[in-house]
Design a protein around this ligand. Structure first.
Ligand code: PLP
Length: 319
C-alpha cells in the first residue's frame, strides 16, 4: 500500500452521525455483470443506520421540526420494517427525541437489536398472514395501526412514512442528483424496489426532470406484482422492506416505464453473488435490484452501452 492509495479520499470531519447521512459512493458492478451495458449501485448500506432509509428519516424529522409539527424533546413514533426504525433511531438520538418503533415480529430480530442499541423502544407486533422473514401488507397494516394509536395516546409525532412527502424529497433532492453528478450525466435507466416508493419516486422524478427519456423500472416480488397490474398470488416473500402488494399512497403512475419481478430464489442467488463477486454484503432487496438490472440489460430494451443506476438498499448484517 502506498500513500497515494489514500490520497484525496478522506472525507472532511463530520460534526455528528447526522452529517454522515447521504453522499454515498457509487460503485461499478463490472464483475457480477460483464455486459451488455454497465450497472452502477449507490452504496446506501454505508450510512449510519445501514440503509437508504437514513435519508428518509432525516428528511421527515427535519420537515416536521421546520413546520412546527415536532417540538424540542417531543417523542417520535413510527411503524417500520426495521430500516426506517434504525434510521429514525439514529436521527432522534442525535436530536433528543425519544423514539418508539412498532415492527412486525416477522422482520429479522437483528433490526430490533440495532434499534434498541440506538436507544429506541421497540414493540414487536404479531403477524396477520405472513411468516418469519416474510412480512405481508396486512402485517405492516397491523403494525401501523398499533403505532398510530400509540402516537395518539402519548402525544407523539407519528412519522407515517407511507404518506410523508419527506420520504420522496430525500431522494428527489439527494440520491437522484447525487447519481447524476457521480455519473456526470443521467443514467439510461434507474431500477428500484418499492416499499413506500420514496426511493423510486424521488430518484425517478429527479432523473426524468433532467432527462425525460430515462427508463425507470419498478421492481416487485414475483407473485405480488400489483404495480404491474397483476393479481396477487404470493403476498409473502423474502424482499423484506418492499413489495407489500399495495399501490403506495405516494405512487405516481407516470414515473414507472416498466415493472420487473424477481423471485425469492433469484434474490437469494444474487445476494450470494454480490458478496462473492463484488464483496458487497447486502440484503435481499439490494440483490433484487441487481437481478432486475441484469434482466433489463439482457432484455435488449436498452442500447448495448447503456448505463443503469440502482441502489444497494441495506447491509446484509440485518438478516
Ligand atoms: C431493505 C429495504 N429495501 C427497500 C425498501 C423500500 O424503500 P422505499 O420505502 O423507499 O420504497 C425498504 C424500506 O424500508 C427497505 O427497508
Amino acid at each position: 500500500m502506498t500513500k497515494s492509495d489514500h490520497e484525496g479520499r478522506a472525507p472532511a470531519v463530520a460534526n455528528s452521525s447526522l452529517d454522515l447521512i447521504g453522499r454515498t459512493p457509487l460503485v461499478a458492478l463490472d464483475r457480477i455483470h460483464r455486459g451488455p451495458g454497465r450497472i452502477f449501485a449507490k452504496m446506501e448500506s454505508m450510512q449510519p443506520g445501514g440503509s437508504m432509509k437514513d435519508r428518509a428519516a432525516r428528511a421527515c424529522i427535519d420537515l416536521a421540526r421546520t413546520r412546527g409539527h415536532l417540538a424540542e424533546g417531543q417523542p417520535v413514533v413510527e411503524m417500520t420494517s426495521g430500516n426506517m426504525g434504525a434510521a429514525l433511531a439514529v436521527v432522534c438520538n442525535m436530536l433528543g427525541h425519544p423514539f418508539h418503533a412498532y415492527m412486525s415480529v416477522g422482520n429479522s430480530p437483528e433490526r430490533a437489536k440495532m434499534m434498541r442499541a440506538l436507544g429506541a423502544k421497540v414493540v414487536l407486533v404479531p403477524q396477520v398472514d405472513g411468516k418469519p422473514s416474510m412480512v405481508t401488507g396486512q402485517d405492516i397494516a397491523a403494525a401501523a395501526d398499533r403505532a398510530r394509536r400509540a402516537a395518539e395516546e402519548m402525544g407523539a409525532y407519528f412519522v407515517d412514512q407511507f404518506a410523508n412527502e419527506g420520504v420522496v424529497l430525500a431522494h428527489q433532492l439527494g440520491t437522484g442528483p447525487e447519481i447524476e453528478a457521480q455519473l456526470g450525466m443521467a443514467p439510461d435507466a434507474f431500477v428500484s424496489v418499492v416499499g413506500t416508493g420514496g426511493t423510486f419516486i424521488g430518484v425517478a422524478r429527479h432523473l426524468k426532470s433532467v432527462a425525460a427519456e430515462t427508463v425507470c423500472v419498478a421492481v416487485e416480488p414475483a407473485g405480488a406484482e400489483v404495480l404491474a397490474g397483476k393479481v396477487v398470488e404470493k403476498p409473502a416473500h423474502q424482499l423484506q422492506g418492499s413489495g407489500y402488494a399495495i399501490r403506495p399512497p405516494l405512487w405516481d403512475d407516470k414515473l414507472a416505464d416498466l415493472c420487473l419481478c424477481v423471485t425469492d430464489e433469484e434474490a437469494t442467488d444474487f445476494r450470494a453473488r454480490l458478496a462473492r463477486e463484488e464483496s458487497i454484503y447486502a440484503g435481499f432487496t439490494a440483490a433484487a435490484n441487481i437481478c432486475a438490472s441484469v434482466k433489463l440489460l439482457r432484455s435488449g430494451i436498452l442500447a448495448e452501452d447503456a448505463v443503469v443506476a440502482t441502489v444497494i438498499c441495506d447491509t446484509g448484517l440485518k438478516y
